[in-house]
Design a protein around this ligand. Sequence first.
Ligand SMILES: [Ca+2]
Ligand SMILES: [Ca+2]
Length: 424
Amino acid sequence: MKRAALVASAMLLAACGTVDANDAQRSDDVTGNLPATGAEATARPDRAPVETSPPNARGQQPAFAGQTRAPAAEATEVEVTAVVDGLASAWALEFLPDGRMLVTEKAGTMRILPAGGGRGIEVTGVPEVDARGQGGLLDVALSPGFAEDRLIYFSFSEPREGGNGTTLARARLSEQGGTVALENVEILFRQMPTWRSTKHYGSRIVFTPDDKLFLVLGERSDPRPRVQAQQLDSHLGKVIRLNLDGTVPDDNPFVGRDDARPEIWSYGHRNLQSATLDGQGRLWTVEHGPRGGDELNRPEPGKNYGWPVITYGIDYSGKPIGEGITAREGMEQPVYYWDPVIAPSGMAYYDADLFPEWRGNMLIGGLASQGLVRLILDGDRVTGEERIDLGHRIRDVKVGPDGAVYAVTDRSGGQILRVAPSRS
Ligand SMILES: [Ca+2]
Ligand SMILES: [Ca+2]
């Protein structure tokens, strides 16, 4: 019997700079059959969950089996290489069609990085951002027609009269003679109301195959704006759906209602910082919950995801959130939740060839959890979870053109880590 357990050793072959060695080895004790290829093959229902710490919220029960602490997935042996370093609190990563990387940094810079490393070229013309607290230059995404239109979409904490707010813009990425500039910067959407806060801006931008976009947003955190996550006349704590030019699609769920903002797709969210489409083109999100309440959802039009009326976990003060309830009629349950939290960042749906056993899985960056969270899905249920320790707070996750997974580390001296199957 071949030992199925593989050691998740992160072999750090730094192409530039150094990476903290991660010599923590995970042992596991399973001696079952080796799986065939395929996403379902690494789900191991016989296993204990990866999370072994006690939950923050004692006494809360999941609404259904498998809603939290799914069985540990088959561990993956990976090799981690730092391909870029020296970034300053990078927030988002996208690959350009030629393989270079487009990166945002929180303080308000955007860079194009050569695939081989180095700090690359700074993009000029980025609007002013409010980089205090959790704010700054946030997500970036390439237009679906980028090869022809050279448009990029980006979100940022916009300084405004009376406060700030998350704003979505697009611009043409104009490159000539070794310089790159944003031209024709167009504001497409402003989250309203403007608020005085430095927290919970969201955000991620996701394009759909039918030429729409989702922008996922936070609820600005404080008790006063927080309740607006339940209000349809506010953009706080919402998933927003727009046409590519920023106008409102006719088939959005609240179009035509006087008491609702028409951009809203779903509501009752806390601070959404992860979003991606699955293989069927459906939106999935992960939001930062309270202490012990991070959650995975598949937001559907017009539905209420509960915050702050229902939630798992407790307030960071240790008190219950609201009435301390986890379920209510008319409010959606998360597909999955984490207590303790992972502190999610970017996420990616894996459909490449380099990790055949990961196809159909969700990969979520973790700030507090300092690595990748890999979720195995069976239909719309989570059946397995793996933690891939990268030893750093992870701010964004992308699947590269080579099928490797690229993870962006947070804070100064930030790196882009390439995660590939171990060659051993
Ligand atoms: Ca992005
Ligand atoms: Ca919820």
